[in-house]
Design a binder for this molecule. Structure first.
Ligand code: PMP
Length: 359
């Protein structure tokens, strides 16, 4: 059953929700299913864990393997090491961009979308231009482009979009980036790109290689299961990398075990294919539960699914929390929404049990 189209509401600032941490804290009992932070419980790989164990004896040394990881990424993607900045997850990249661009002008973003960068930029007095999604819950590139003016400092695009899980048409996004980046830098957050069937074709790394003023943030937190290990990177023009590096600690903020684990995990196809297979199976189970209970959902290209609730969002989070299931709520388009991360099958079953009682 197709989901009801989004009726664009007047933009009222960024969509409101509990943060990942608040949602986890709102679950007061021993958790049976931790489905509020888009983590990947199928990772990290066994090889990554082994690399961590082996690196423990030399943990008194400062981490020196950042170059290896940068080179590996550069070789695979056809980039130069100068195009790449490494840090503890992609959050430091979002912060660096927020500090730099937030002092220079307005940030255009979708709404709802990942709010980390705009929220941080707001602290530097940046006006936030939050553009509602299209009727099919995608970022509205045409409307975003219309908002560009002389005070725009940055356009932030999250693709696939968190929290809706929707993905943009690649040709359309590439054309948008090519046009817009002539006037304003375009920041593409590709935290969930690895969940697409064709991440290399869908990525905007190509635009960076063509010399466009495009910044691409990537993370090991999702498909590689490194949320607690903290490794991420930014790809952009060398000058931009130099500029943004001023606002970040850089590779020295990543622990030696995490860097080693990232080196052995990167493009480990046997592992990533296995994660994708398990994620798809759990996602299909969730879709079936939602359908059975008479709920609609937004078909998702990432490791989470968003659906409209039939009750108050905060109460839903609390009731699910009492049953050991943490999820997140959103309020937008005059509706209460839930975002469920895709977990192990036992976690999806715990979700289903609690959901049947609460909904
Ligand atoms: N971007 C998006 C779209 C995210 O959802 C997240 C984490 N939820 C991040 C960036 C930051 O993740 P990390 O710092 O772990 O790379």
């Amino acid at each position: 059953r197709p989901i009801a189209p989004l009726v664009p509401a007047a933009p009222l600032g960024l969509a409101n929700a509990l943060s990942d941490e608040e949602a986890l804290r709102a679950a007061p009992v021993q958790l049976r299913a931790r489905l509020s932070a888009n983590e990947n419980p199928f990772g990290p790989s066994e090889q990554a864990k082994q690399a961590i164990t082996e690196s423990l004896t030399s943990c008194y040394q400062y981490p020196m393997q950042a170059r290896d990881l940068i080179q590996k990424i550069a070789d695979y993607e056809g980039l130069k090491p100068e195009n790449i900045m490494l840090d503890a997850g992609s959050s430091p990249m979002l912060l660096a961009a927020a500090v730099h661009f937030g002092q220079r002008g307005a940030i255009i973003t979708g709404d709802p979308s990942y709010a980390d960068l705009p929220r941080k930029a707001e602290k530097f007095k940046a006006p936030i231009v939050a553009v509602p999604l299209t009727a099919d819950y995608k970022l509205d590139l045409d409307a975003m482009e219309k908002k560009l003016d002389s005070r725009t400092a940055l356009v932030y695009i999250c693709n696939p979009n968190n929290p809706t899980g929707t993905v943009l048409d690649t040709a359309k996004l590439k054309a948008f980036a090519a046009r817009v980046s002539k006037k304003t830098p375009v920041f593409v957050d590709e935290a969930y790109i690895d969940y697409l069937p064709d991440p290399r074709d869908s990525s905007l790394l190509e635009a960076v290689k063509q010399g466009q003023n495009v910044l691409v943030a990537r993370t090991f937190s999702k498909l590689y299961g490194f949320a607690g290990l903290r490794v991420g990177y930014l790809v952009a023009q060398p000058e931009m990398i130099k500029t943004l590096s001023q606002y970040a600690v850089g590779p020295m903020s990543i622990s030696a075990p995490a860097i080693r684990a990232a080196v052995v995990s990167y493009q480990d196809q046997a592992f990533t294919q296995d994660v994708l297979k398990k994620t798809l199976a759990s996602k299909q189970f969730l879709y079936d539960v939602l359908k059975r209970e008479g709920y609609e959902y937004i078909p998702s290209s990432a490791n989470f699914v968003m659906f409209p609730l039939k009750m108050d969002g905060k109460r839903f989070v609390e009731e699910m929390g009492k049953r050991g299931v943490s999820i997140r709520n959103w309020e937008f388009n005059n509706q209460h929404w839930c975002r469920v991360s895709i977990g192990r099958m036992d976690e999806m079953q715990a979700f289903a049990e609690a959901f049947t009682q609460v909904s």
